[in-house]
Design a protein around this ligand. Structure first.
Ligand code: CP3
Length: 342
């Protein structure tokens, strides 16, 4: 039994005593205890050892007071499980030294047995669930197929992912074969996360906003739609497609329970695009957590009032930045918890 199920009730559209709050990328990054673990263990060691991943997952629940935990892992464990090498390079981000460039490269990939290749994530979820002991719900996640394709083809981070786009525009059949392989793997992976105890799953389409509306439908949303359809009966789902404001109404129509909103919307415009029947999650500018605390309090209050206290999960519009002071993150969370709607 969950002692705090505000997040779940809000996703189901029920009225709650207050607005739930968590922060994307809240596990790791800015917390001093996490930084200490970084000195001792490599990134994938932190993901693969359930006791480390569970400990990191729970840190923000204990130290910042969020209403949900999100499992410590990474979206790139999926390409890794499909057979690609992924390196996490300090201050540089992910590197995939042998990216997909043409149809024949798909032979290097396979649809993995997720229990065998990603069982460590399921073990981490089970252990976290046990250690949380019902304090807050546990969120599982995966990258959207388009965002994973970006890394698998470009081989590294990019502001434009132009090589990934060129691949899709010049070799559409290969691109769709790859997107379908990622989609099938992601469905099996998220189902495994649900069996291991995830109460909610979020799909991160961090690079959805790089695509035109037509390409977003063709290269991203049609695969997200398959994932949501496969999971809908089993678990609550949230789609976060950063920058893809034009797609909010189509994303709402997938049957997802929640939509992540970035800070380039007003809450009113996001609601207009998404329609009344879905929970919105967001949308504080992560860089605004670097403001003085009184400014954070004032702007979070304005955000809450603009969302209006119904079908809203307070969150950031993208991941928390590594240089945010912990007391600023706490001010964000406390302002939500103390808020009285006008
Ligand atoms: O709350 C959480 O942070 C849970 C764990 C989590 C990580 N990555 C851990 C991580 C989650 C939810 C992610 C998602 C993720 N990973 C996304 C989607 C969300 C987003 O921010 O857009 C993306 C695009 C990635 C790919 C990725 N992983 C990048 C670009 C980087 C390097 C830059 C960065 O974000 O720090 C990573 C590494 C990574 N993943 C770190 C962490 C804590 C930092 C490396 C480290 O601490 O050693």
């Amino acid at each position: 039994m969950l002692k705090n199920d505000l997040l779940l009730r809000t996703l189901r559209g029920e009225a709650t005593e207050r607005t739930p709050v968590w922060m994307m990328r809240q596990a790791g990054r800015y917390l001093p205890d996490y930084r200490k673990l970084k000195e001792k263990y490599s990134f994938f060691e932190r993901c693969q050892r359930p006791e480390l991943a569970a400990g990191i997952t729970i840190q923000p629940v204990d130290q910042v007071g969020v209403d949900a935990a999100i499992i410590f892992s990474d979206i790139l464990v999926v390409p890794q499980a499909m057979g690609m090498e992924v390196q996490m390079v300090e201050n540089k981000g992910p590197i995939l030294p042998d990216p997909i460039k043409q149809y024949s490269d798909l032979h290097k990939l396979h649809r993995p047995d997720v229990e065998e290749k990603l069982g460590y994530v399921f073990d981490a979820l089970r252990l976290t669930k046990k250690e949380l002991d019902g304090r807050v719900p546990l969120i599982g996640f995966a990258g959207a197929p388009w965002t994973l394709l970006c890394y698998m083809v470009q081989g590294k981070g990019s502001k434009t992912f132009d090589e990934a786009k060129a691949f899709c525009y010049t070799q559409p059949e290969t691109a769709h074969a790859l997107l379908q392989m990622i989609t099938d793997t992601t469905i099996a992976y998220l189902k495994g996360q649900v069996r291991a105890g995830a109460d909610v799953v979020q799909i991160f389409d961090s690079w959805g906003g790089l695509l035109s509306p037509g390409d977003f439908e063709n290269l991203s949303l049609r695969y997200i739609r398959q994932i949501v359809a496969a999971l809908k009966e089993e678990v609550l789902t949230i789609i976060f497609a950063k920058g893809a404001w034009h797609g909010l109404s189509a994303m709402a129509a997938t049957g997802a329970d929640g939509l992540g909103i970035d800070w380039c919307h007003t809450p009113e415009s996001a609601r207009n695009w998404a329609g009344p029947d879905i929970t919105l999650q967001g949308n504080f500018d992560p860089a605004k957590l670097l403001s003085p605390i009184p400014v954070i309090r004032k702007e979070v209050t304005e955000m809450l009032n603009a969302f209006g206290g119904r079908r809203h999960i307070a969150n950031l519009g993208h991941g928390i930045l590594p240089n945010v002071p912990v007391d600023h993150a706490r001010a964000f969370v406390d302002t939500v918890k103390d808020h009285q709607y006008r």
